[in-house]
Design a protein around this ligand. Structure first.
Ligand SMILES: [Zn+2]
Length: 492
């Protein structure tokens, strides 16, 4: 294991704390995954990229990390306050397809986009519908502890009763009195005892197709419950890191704490980490106002927000140029700057491989530089500061290339090793990929060039060369066909 002094900003205390896992050498990390009823949101991608870097860095430090990220495929209602339709069931009803078709389609989309962003898959990716039994068992435990009640086949968590012995609102720093005050206007609309209470199990209306039998009714679990049931199943009653977007802090994460703490003595999570929002052109992203863009539309350039496409590598690099706890604004100007920065970084990495070291060292303290890079990541995964240090190395490399500075073997070795480690392994920034369409383009251009060379050879009566081109291409599965309008080819 690498010696480290990692500190993380714990949302629970609001302070930076030394990172000491519950079991030395092992880390349990749970991150709330997507509700798969629509294409993955760019803001969500920022959250998952942030936790991908955290996962990568913890592994780099030598921890054995179990990373659990769920798929919400049932139970997430339109309105977080237990009202409205199930988001997936609604989409299925509108499009007249099975709910599992909705789930399958958007789960595939989610995985494809995250793969383009070069994120590593989690160790376990459990689904809510795959853990109905565990959720029912957890509700029974909350009943036994005295914090659940049933009304008309639905089960609710009694927040006021819980708050008598615990603190509901400790993560989001809310007081129960304020919550009561803020929700008073909703009273009388719901069957709940108090508007602050939240659903653990909802009885399904006759038209609701996503339903499971339970001791209380045929119905479905509450959204908050799945994360508690699945995190405790795979990581234990207490685990190290719980992550998610800042918008999930309240009520989702607050409810998760209440559910777990109502049946277990110890707090469920040691470090709560929250990734901040992504805005677009200075405004909150929202489907209803149209200030919204899908990741795929950025990659293809098929959108009305930016005048050109940006690759997933550039977008990822752009996101990591801000600390995960700060608000980040995406705009054409910012993406252009990141594209230039990314290119500069990649050019330097490529140039480095072609440099031959000399006997004399250049004016670059490579050991100090390496320490600074680690110090940045140890300071709550501060990727923008790390990137600034990487550019110090870029400056030195460019001077070496321009023969302004010498470089010795040990400098070259550290730079080669650490740049690759920090850029590729920790920040997860891949080298520029040729998209499949441009690969095809290159193939077509190459064959066209060979056809031209063959025709020139034939005109010069150099049949040895022209036959060789034709036969060799055929061996590669490319057949040339001569016709009245010139030579065409087919790929076998
Ligand atoms: Zn969750």
């Amino acid at each position: 294991m690498i010696e480290n002094s990692l500190v993380v900003l714990n949302s629970l205390s609001g302070k930076k704390e030394d990172f000491e896992p519950l079991n030395p050498g092992y880390v349990g990390m749970y991150v709330c995954g997507p509700t798969v009823y629509s294409n993955v949101h760019l803001g969500n991608c920022r959250t998952f990229i942030s936790f991908d870097v955290i996962y990568r860095y913890l592994r780099h430090l030598g921890y054995k990390v179990r990373y659990v990220r769920n798929i919400t495929d049932a139970g997430h209602l339109e309105n977080d306050a237990d009202s409205g339709e199930d988001r997936i069931a609604k989409k299925a009803r509108i499009e007249n397809i099975e709910p599992m078709e909705v789930v399958q389609h958007y789960t595939v989309d989610f995985h494809q986009i995250l793969e383009k962003f070069n994120t590593l898959p989690p160790s376990i990716e459990p689904t809510a519908t795959g853990h109905i039994v565990e959720q029912i068992e957890f509700i029974k435990k909350i009943f036994d502890a005295g914090f659940a009640y049933e009304i008309n086949g639905s089960v609710y968590f009694d927040v006021l009763k819980y708050n008598q012995t615990h603190h509901y609102g400790k993560l989001s720093r809310r007081k129960i009195e304020e919550l009561i005050h803020n929700t008073r206007s909703l009273e009388g609309q719901s069957e709940k005892k108090n508007p602050q209470d939240f659903a653990l199990w909802k009885k399904a209306e006759p038209q609701h197709i996503m339903r499971w039998p339970s001791p209380w009714s045929d119905g479905f679990p509450g959204w908050h419950l799945e994360c508690t049931a699945m995190s405790t199943k795979y990581l234990g009653d207490s685990f190290d890191i719980h992550g998610g977007g800042l918008d999930l802090k309240f009520p989702h994460h607050e409810c998760e704490i209440a559910q777990a703490q109502s049946v277990h003595i110890n707090p469920p999570v040691k470090y709560w980490l929250h990734a901040n929002m992504l805005t677009l052109n200075g405004k909150k992203m929202s489907k209803s106002t149209g200030n919204n863009i899908l990741p795929m539309d950025i990659f293809t350039g098929n959108n009305d927000k930016f005048s050109k496409p940006y690759s997933p590598e550039v977008v990822r690099f752009f996101m990591l140029q801000a600390h995960y706890t700060s608000v980040l604004d995406i705009s054409e100007e910012a993406l252009d700057a990141s594209e230039k920065g990314y290119q500069k970084l990649m050019d330097a990495v490529n140039r480095l491989t072609k440099i031959n070291p000399g006997k004399k060292a250049g004016a670059f303290n490579h050991e100090q530089w390496q320490k600074k890079c680690y110090a940045a990541m140890n300071d709550d995964f501060n990727s923008p500061v790390l990137i600034a240090h990487l550019f110090e190395a870029v400056k030195f490399i460019n001077r070496v290339v321009n023969k302004d500075h010498p470089i010795d073997e040990s400098q070259l070795e550290i730079l080669n090793k650490m740049l690759s480690t920090f850029i590729h392994d920790i920040l997860g920034i891949a080298p520029m990929q040729k998209s499949s369409s441009s690969k095809e383009e290159i193939l077509h251009k190459t064959i066209a060039l060979l056809i031209e060379l063959r025709n020139n050879a034939r005109n010069d009566k150099d049949f040895k060369t022209s036959d060789r081109i034709r036969d060799q291409l055929l061996e590669f599965g490319i057949q040339l066909k001569d016709g009245k309008e010139g030579t065409h080819f087919t790929l076998n």
